[in-house]
Design a protein around this ligand. Sequence first.
Ligand code: MEV
Length: 325
Amino acid sequence: MSDGPDAIPAGDLPLSAQAPGKCIVFGEHAVVHGGPELLFAIDLATQVIVRRAPRSSLNGDPEAAGEHPYFRALLRQAWAGPADLEVRAISRIPRGAGLGSSAALCAALSCAVSARGGGVPRADLAQRSFEVEKAAQGVGSPGDTSAAVAGGFLTVNAARTGLALWEVHDGAARWEVRRLPDPGWVWVVAHSGVPRSTGDAVRAVGSRLRAADGPALLAEFRRVAEEGIDAVEAGDRAAVGRLMRRNHELLREVGVSHPRLEELLRAAEPLSEGAKLTGAGAGGSIVALPRPGSETELVRRLARAGALPFVVRPATAGASLVAPP
Ligand code: MEV
């Protein structure tokens, strides 16, 4: 049953749903281990169209039901039948770029099948979307899927401020998700084009944090994210930039930077308050907070440095049912 004004309503197939990608400003990786995170949903989305069919398929490929990790996880975790599902997915989020394309796919698919199941409160959709992503990836936190479900600016594990939205759990682990006001800034993201696996990066950081200095590193991740969240709330762009640079040093220390990301960060430096890798790293993207008025020149510089840059703004809407195209 759905409830509340913001719930996903009941619907019958065929259904179409969309969900946004995300950009992490502070706290990726540490969030998996209970640290605070700040992220926002971006104005690039994935849309799915879901129909009954004699045989399940994703974008015309029936093998995907057994082989595509996220589609297979959805069919196992979230779809109780009675029919097979034909899914078409159209995404504007670059894949493998650290911008939440898999979380958006999980949230959009979970939204459509939950509507078919009678509707769902948004908090339950956040839990379901995380379960699908976790089943596919094997590791991770519910930050990305919560951004895809909630939209807007969010914190995870930062109970000092913001409006409580929901808690997502996984066995004994619990993550609290809260909404913050959008500071109204424009951000620049640049995709390096270097592919990577979120699961592999998360596992590698997990082993690194089991070393003797792991607890001290985690404490520093926590301090930087907490101060970063305070700086965003205070509208202090210079402090946000400084803390983004410090967050990146920590991510480099736990082994998830990449020579291409370092080049892009050097290119962004003169025109940014601060910049860092965003997402799992080891490839993927950087995010920069441009100096006011430098957005276009920063995009040009990053393109000249060989990246796929774009300006992103927070998307207010989270996962929702939409009219089929
Ligand atoms: C990936 O976008 C963010 C990580 O923190 C993993 C996760 O939270 O699931 C690296």
